[in-house]
Design a protein around this ligand. Structure first.
Ligand code: PHE
Length: 448
């Protein structure tokens, strides 16, 4: 219990924890395949623009209110407003975390299985068809994916139960640097393959003809999801940031590393995909079905396959920690549950939803909700609608409900920092962020 009142011990610690939440399957699994499907370079430019103009101000806002109120997602809104409707935004974030954790842990579990498959050489010497069949057999089976998913949820539970300093911060300080070193190593390997330049061209040469209204919506959703905005993770972590930290700097580092890792993931994947004549547009199964072929035909591929899936697992673990901490911080404070009780009950609840998501690839594939499988439905509600809606409401709250002086005071560390950017930031959170989100949300609702 004690540990929960504490702060992150250092600037680097705070940044590594937040980077851990931000960098995840969104960067390495989702970003490369959606960039591949939506025109590569052109999509990346739009994604970068949204990150800078929308996601970064939204992230900064979450951190500011989290640190100011030093509270969980619901407590933050209660701290600033008596209106129940605002408290509901906090609950909405909890709901988004629950759903996100449920579908996210399915793919996170797959990554653990792929570490085992690549370490035991089970994917070696197989034809592309066989590798595809391995993926389908695994994901559609009932027990094995659940075991791995349970393992991932259990690991996060263990770390979160140790508290913010001794669990989350300590683990992030070890895992995140390992993650970045491995990712860079993988990139160097991919970029030095003969024929790699076609993959680099694909990523960096924009083909604007492939950009559709849909891809613009996807780019916005990705920029928010990737920075963990809208889920309350950054509010919750913001509450642990020390008073002397410069929040703009922290936000800048988190955004920088998040974008860097997404681009590095692309630079590790596409050159290899092109060098071995595979398709960059194979969708969600890109990294599970296409990459193993690439590793098979690459010198030293065995080792790089293991490295790749370890990276992926690390990235998912530090993100699931972020999701669980949002829920635990709330239940410890608001429900007055002991940490261990909170972690156990909430993890089991997530697992219950996660089981449904996992089985929706197999025995429950016919159980659809509005035409979506359970996995897709959870993703749709949480990531595609939930995140932009909660980011929109938070922007309105910070821009219009919160007194400007309070915002200024917190961002400037009670006047001790010069915050030249404040006018731009405030304008952006009042107008640019909400208006863009409204336009894009309306568009996606009407085009659905
Ligand atoms: N940002 C994470 C990713 O890119 C996902 C995430 C969302 C994690 C919300 C925590 C909270 O994979």
């Amino acid at each position: 219990m004690e540990g929960r009142k504490k702060r992150f011990t250092s600037h680097a610690g705070a940044i590594l924890v937040m980077i851990g939440s931000a960098i995840g399957l969104g960067n390495i699994w989702r970003f490369p395949y959606i960039a591949g499907e939506n025109g590569g370079g052109a999509f990346i430019i739009v994604y970068l623009l949204f990150t800078l103009l929308i996601a970064v101000p939204a992230l900064l806002s979450e951190m500011v209110i989290g640190r100011r109120a030093r509270a969980n997602t619901v407590g933050v809104f209660r701290h600033f407003s008596k209106k129940k409707s605002w408290h509901a935004v906090g609950f909405m974030m909890l709901f988004i975390c629950l759903l996100t954790y449920a579908f996210y842990s399915v793919v996170g579990g797959w990554t653990l299985n792929y570490i085992v498959l690549s370490a035991t050489g089970s994917l070696e010497g197989k034809t592309p068809a066989e590798i595809g069949a391995t993926f389908t057999n695994f994901t559609t089976s009932s027990y094995l994916p659940l075991i791995y998913q349970f393992l991932l949820i259990g690991l996060s539970a263990l770390i979160v139960s140790r508290g913010v300093q001794k669990g989350i911060e300590r683990v992030s300080k070890i895992l995140m640097p390992c993650f970045i070193v491995l990712l860079v190593a993988l990139c160097v390997r991919a970029l030095t393959l003969p024929g790699a330049s076609a993959g680099v061209d694909f990523m960096l040469q924009p083909d604007f003809s492939k950009l559709t209204a849909d891809s613009i919506i996807i780019a916005l959703g990705q920029s928010l999801f990737s920075l963990s905005v809208g889920s309350g993770s950054m509010i919750t972590y913001g509450a642990f940031v020390r008073q002397q930290e410069n929040l703009l700097k922290t936000t800048g580092w988190v955004a920088f590393f998040d974008v860097l890792c997404a681009v590095l993931a692309g630079l590790a994947i596409f050159p290899a995909v092109f060098a071995f004549g595979m398709s960059p547009e194979s969708g969600p199964s890109l990294i599970f079905c296409v990459l193993p072929n690439v590793f098979n035909s690459m010198p030293g591929g065995h080792i790089f396959a293991i490295i790749f899936f370890v990276i992926l697992a690390l990235a998912s673990l530090t993100s699931t920690i972020g999701l669980l901490e949002v829920l635990v911080a709330w239940s410890v404070k608001e429900r007055k549950w002991h940490v261990n009780k909170s972690v156990t009950i909430l993890s089991l609840l997530v697992f219950a939803g996660g089981v449904l998501c996992s089985l929706s690839f197999g025995v429950l594939s016919d159980a659809t909700i509005f035409g979506y499988t359970i996995f897709d439905f959870f993703e749709l509600i949480a990531a595609e609608y939930g995140v932009p809606i909660s980011a929109l409401l938070t922007a309105i709250f910070v821009g219009w409900v919160l007194p400007k002086v309070e915002l200024q005071d917190e961002l400037s560390n009670q006047g001790s920092l010069k915050i030249y950017y404040f006018r731009f930031y405030h304008f952006s959170i009042r107008y640019i962020v909400p208006l863009t989100l409204i336009i894009i949300l309306l568009n996606s609702i009407f085009s659905a």
